[in-house]
Design a protein around this ligand. Structure first.
Ligand code: BTN
Length: 247
């Protein structure tokens, strides 16, 4: 199957790379244009958030989109929610009707409570907070998933999606991301924020948030206008911009 990505995306496909984010970074530093989509069938040094390894043998989707947003870095981070939402919609479209697909803050996609996809954002800012480049790396478990991980994982195959390929998923994901990106450019973050909240895992429930130096327990109240998690803690709202969520 050939892959057809909508303009302005331009596909760069590889059999094997260290990491598609790493290749995107090399291209960005070399002056590549916004819209390059780097795709590899396997990664030998796939990375997850917070320096974790992302197991990347053949059979799953590993891709990165290179963007050059013309805005402040904190705003560009909103695109990670558009990416995870797009991935959640792409996943739901190939699973049996009624399968529960939701988004776990900040950027994971869960199926029936197990992680199926993760997003890794990397960026280079310029003085005064603007951006040189932003890379949105996406990993999606299609045919296999890691067993020995802290948060239970799953794959499209395990959840009953038969005959799904990386080619199909990169196309669907890119098309949905493009639609969300265009809306974001025209209307801001609010439409994506609302759509993300509709799919949010554990909204209104007690959650545990592991930060760099402390662990907090409270009620997941909201996603604020910039994408921070609002946690109700001892009667006070706390704004969290980075962390890992558990129940
Ligand atoms: C996470 O920790 O949940 C984020 C995982 C992101 C993995 C993807 S796979 C494609 C891209 N290249 C990488 O090295 N990482 C991201």
């Amino acid at each position: 199957m050939t892959v057809n990505l909508p303009s302005p995306f331009k596909l760069l496909a590889y059999e094997s790379l260290d990491s598609t984010n790493e290749e995107a970074k090399r291209l960005a530093e070399g002056g590549a244009a916004e819209g390059c989509v780097i795709w590899a069938r396997e990664q030998t040094a796939g990375r997850g958030r917070r320096g974790r390894e992302w197991v990347s043998r053949e059979g799953n989707l590993y891709c990165s989109i290179l963007l050059r947003p013309d805005c402040h870095a904190f705003k560009a981070m909103q695109l990670s929610f558009i990416a995870s939402l797009s991935m959640a919609e792409a996943v739901a479209s190939v699973l049996p009707k009624g399968t529960f697909v939701d988004c776990k803050w900040p950027n994971d996609v869960l199926v029936e409570g197990r992680k199926i996809s993760g997003i890794l954002l990397e960026s280079q800012t310029v003085p005064l907070g603007g951006m040189d480049w932003l890379i949105i790396g996406a990993g999606l478990n299609i045919n296999h998933y890691p067993e020995d991980v802290e948060f239970p994982a799953t794959s499209i195959k395990r959840e009953g999606g038969g005959g799904v390929t990386a080619e199909m998923m990169i196309e669907t994901f890119s098309r949905r991301f493009l639609a969300g990106w265009v809306t974001w450019k025209n209307l801001g973050f609010q439409p994506a924020r609302k759509a993300w909240l509709k799919r949010a895992a554990w909204l209104g429930k007690e959650i545990t948030v592991r930060l760099e130096r402390e662990t907090l327990k409270g009620e997941f109240r909201n996603l604020d206008k910039d994408g921070a998690l609002i946690l109700l803690l001892d009667g006070e709202e706390r704004r969290i911009t980075a962390g890992d969520v558990f129940v």
